[in-house]
Design a protein around this ligand. Structure first.
Ligand code: TRP
Ligand code: ZN
Length: 866
């Protein structure tokens, strides 16, 4: 027997083409948990049936486990061996057997937060993707589905609440102050959906009556004292259940739905069958502690995890290469839900902003991969913006190509055909083809090719006839030098700017070839083209339009997304010109006029106006440039911000003088009103008005909710006023006992545009409230730093050094979270040689560490590839 925990991880690459079905079926598993924070004893009894034609041993995956006992059909069994971290049991000629394996683990020592771990005195699990093998030996692959019966027992005072998947079918008290419960999940599921929670929790309870009239008990479990902050999550859950019935015809399938909130969690939340486990950040919200964005995050993630019950649980993934099958589809579903609950236009703008900020850079860098990857070393590294957000765009394109009715026919067929199965992306596309009556042969390239397609567009004139010429190219990405053109829906409309009624009606063209010509018909003058409306395809559209045309579209387009795009493009063109040393006052004036024009609608649609008039981020400006110059970008952006603030001073002051909408009002109008006031404060501050810090402090102190309080604090944090220190101190005093709000205190300082932000991060890392054990806290301080372009890329390399130090310190504790900090260092090709060299050496320094995790090794070594 080898000691599993001392076996170094092998850099094994797993290939999609190597998929083979598992040799055994495991229709039933009975588990027994004797729970203890330091020493939990687990028995897993698997009913197995051979599927392979020839005799095969039973190969069970483990991670850091040792065997405490093996029995076959009730008899002690010695014919087994460890194969690295895994367990191989020889079963001779047997076709069926009941195999029991005992393991003993220490949840308190589990700092990776994968498997069974302790968080704030409770015990909880995280099994996706490969955490179940840290609890018990098991094939631990998503295509092995079993019915689980789970008996759990523990100290009643320490763990008064015992939860697992499905329904509680029995419970009772045992000896020595212990108690137990038996949970049965009637639905076969893969091991990654297993969950268990034991702790001192209180529930907010409600119920939902499904469309067929069944009553479902709903509970949101939190630590005592947090119950008052679960109402928004509960409402979101009920709205999600109702929405999935109305929009997809999908009903919930158990009598009980439990949600548990835990403070220490690697990701947002997890869709375990009947027992979702959430990062507290996506459950807890009240006006005093949560911003409007936090409220939206809660609603979106509650919906996301609930929707997984069908897109993920009832139909799961055959293997992890199919991850986007459940994640892309489920993100698309939660995006549509949130659009229905609030403002559709604003939601689309936000989603595209996220795609451009997180996914486009990924697709343009060394970690680029298709939404269905061909290979990986560590699957945790593939929970990416590409799989999730680009994956959602691919589903959205199919919905656009098909229209609502045929798309629904496609999803109905998909759910009917594959209910209870572990399916593939190909299964989904085929259901769309068969149910929606469409040929998606070429469209499948979206699953195969990485890289963001470019559409180069030009207008051709022939007399009064106008034609749009669209040239498509997909850039080379690692391992994919040559690309083929993609099929995609391109939504457009053309207007005559002279006010005549010449127009090309809104329509969707399906692009196929490398070059397409779209006849627009007759226009006396060059028409204004509204292109890729609603962002119908996830591409970079390159189309030369003058400031006049963009300003006209920003004012007149009837698609709010296209209006937003036109104004952003106008700003971007001015900013890029300024960064490269050009740019004149006419560029600025065109932007100021367009912002002024948009501001006149502030009362009617504050949510849209707030989105439209905010300048593009520094990172997005950088994405437009051959070589990113972080300092010049910051200077140009601040200069434009200042110019706008000075000219439109009166409008912005007026917005701040009016009373803010009450924090309890979460309508799109109220949220937009608050957002707009934050934008106004930003402009006035950039303009350098002497009373700006007082205005910010007044907003900070008078705020009746967190949205305005945080917005004011963030604006103050950029500067060096006395008000800044006052507000930071008051905020800390008021909220230092609330972990989620304290995260904001770290975050705003890390977001600061001050030159000394890297030093501030270094100092805050020594703060008694900072800890590497809590992923939210790590992200608040260091994630915010990598999102602060000029600070992270400060010319002396201090930002890179801080992130490399963090990765090295965090890797042995929590490799998953450590690995997620690496991609910003991999963008070195986009920067000047001085910065690029320092970024590479930071990566090399990480890789030189002995005993590095597979997670960090994969991300750092791939990030170095030219
Ligand atoms: N399936 C989860 C979701 O998207 C993601 C998730 C939660 C996860 N925890 C994880 C992925 C841990 C990997 C590791 O809803
Ligand atoms: Zn998900």
């Amino acid at each position: 027997m080898t000691d599993a925990s001392s076996t170094p991880p092998l850099p094994v690459t797993i290939h999609r083409g190597d998929y083979r079905p598992y040799e055994w079926a495991i229709p039933e598993i009975h588990m027994d948990f004797q729970l203890d924070v330091q020493c939990s004893k687990i028995t897993s009894q698997m009913h197995i049936t051979r599927q392979a034609a020839a005799p095969a041993p039973l190969l069970l995956r483990g991670d850091g486990l040792s065997v405490a006992g093996v029995r076959v059909d009730g008899q002690d069994w010695n014919d087994w061996a460890m194969v690295g971290p895994d367990l191989r049991i020889e079963l001779g000629e047997r076709e069926t057997a009941i195999v029991a394996v005992d393991t003993i683990i220490d949840p308190s020592a589990n700092s990776q937060l994968m498997g069974l771990y302790a968080s704030g005195g409770m015990l909880c699990t995280q099994c996706e993707a490969e955490g179940f093998r840290r609890i018990s030996f098991h094939p631990d692959r998503p295509d092995v589905l079993s019915r689980y019966v789970v008996r759990m027992e523990g100290d009643k005072a320490q763990f008064p609440i015992l939860l697992s998947n499905g329904n509680c079918i029995d419970s009772g008290d045992g000896a020595d102050g212990r108690h137990w419960a038996v949970w049965e999940d009637p639905w076969p599921k893969p091991s990654y959906l297993f969950a268990l929670v034991a702790g001192d929790l209180v529930a907010t309870s409600d119920e939902f009556i499904t469309m067929s009239g069944r009553k479902v008990a709903l509970n949101i479990w939190v630590r005592a004292g947090d119950e008052g902050r679960t109402l928004h999550a509960m409402q979101a859950l009920k709205n999600s259940m109702d929405w999935d019935e109305r929009v997809y015809g999908r009903e919930y399938d158990l009598d009980l739905f439990n949600i548990v909130a835990v403070s220490d969690f690697n990701m947002g939340a997890m869709e375990n069958k009947g027992l979702n486990i959430f990062n507290t950040r996506y459950i807890l919200a009240d006006a005093d502690t949560a911003t409007d964005a936090d409220y939206d995050g809660v609603e979106g993630v509650v919906a996301h995890e609930y929707f997984h019950n069908w897109s993920g649980n009832r139909v799961t993934c055959r293997d992890w290469f199919q991850l986007s099958l459940k994640e892309g589809f489920t993100v698309y579903r939660d995006q549509c839900f949130s659009a229905d609950m609030g403002s559709e236009a604003v939601k689309r703008i936000e989603d595209v902003r996220i795609l451009r900020a997180a996914q486009f850079p990924e697709d343009a860098g060394p970690l680029a991969h298709p939404i269905r990857p061909e290979s990986f070393q560590e699957i945790s590294n593939f929970y990416t913006a590409t799989i999730y957000n680009k994956g959602a765009e691919i589903i959205r394109m199919m919905a656009t190509l098909l229209g609502a009715e045929r798309f629904r026919a496609g999803t109905d067929l998909y759910f009917d055909r594959h209910d209870g199965e572990a399916a593939t992306c190909e299964d989904f596309v085929r259901a769309m083809e068969d149910g929606g009556q469409i040929d998606l042969t070429q469209f499948r390239r979206w699953y195969e090719q990485a890289g963001t397609p470019r559409l180069n567009m030009a207008l051709e004139q022939n007399g009064a006839e106008w034609t749009l010429v669209v040239q498509q190219s997909v850039p080379a990405t690692p391992g994919q030098p040559d690309k083929l053109p993609m099929m995609m829906p391109l939504r457009l409309k053309a207007f005559a700017m002279d006010g005549s009624d010449q127009v090309v009606a809104d329509q969707v063209f399906t692009l196929h070839g490398a070059e397409e010509r779209i006849a627009l018909g007759r226009f006396d003058n060059r028409p204004a083209l509204s292109i890729n409306r609603a962002f119908s395809a996830p591409v970079i559209a390159q189309f030369m339009r003058g400031a006049g045309e963009l300003a006209w579209l920003a004012a007149h387009d009837d698609d709010p997304f296209a209006r937003y795009e036109a104004l952003q493009q106008l700003m971007l063109d001015a900013l890029v010109a300024m960064v490269s040393g050009g740019g004149d006052d006419t560029d600025k004036a065109a932007v100021i006029d367009a912002v002024a024009g948009t501001l006149t609608e502030a009362a009617a649609d504050p949510a849209f106006v707030a989105e439209a008039i905010a300048l593009p981020s520094e990172a997005f400006i950088g994405d437009q440039m051959l070589v990113v110059d972080p300092d010049a970008i910051r200077a140009a952006r601040l200069a434009l911000q200042s110019a706008i603030g000075r000219v439109l001073e009166a409008d912005f002051r007026a917005l701040l003088t009016k009373a803010a909408p009450p924090a309890s009002d979460l309508s799109p109008t109220a949220k937009g009103g608050r957002r707009l006031r934050g934008v106004a404060l930003t402009y006035l501050t950039a303009a350098g008005f002497v009373d700006a810090p007082q205005m910010a402090l007044a907003m900070f102190r008078q705020a009746d909710g967190m949205t305005e309080r945080q917005a004011a604090l963030a604006v103050l944090a950029h500067g060096d006023s006395a008000e800044r220190e006052t507000a930071l101190a008051e905020f800390y005093d008021r909220y230092h006992n609330n972990a989620l709000v304290l995260d904001k205190w770290f975050q705003v300082q890390s977001w600061s545009m001050r030159d000394d932000t890297p030093e501030a991060v270094e100092r805050l890392a020594q703060h008694p409230d900072f800890t590497l054990s809590n992923p939210n806290r790590v992200r608040a301080l260091y994630g915010a730093l990598t999102g602060n372009q000029a600070a992270f890329h400060r010319a002396d390399g201090k930002g890179y050094q801080l992130i490399a130090d963090l990765v090295i310190a965090l890797d042995s504790k929590n490799p998953q979270t450590a690995a997620r900090m690496i991609p910003p260092l991999g963008r070195w090709k986009r920067f000047d040689e001085g910065r690029a060299a320092m970024m590479r050496s930071a990566l090399e320094r990480i890789l030189a560490q002995p005993g590095l995790s597979r997670d960090v090794t994969e991300q750092a070594s791939k990030s170095l590839l030219a």
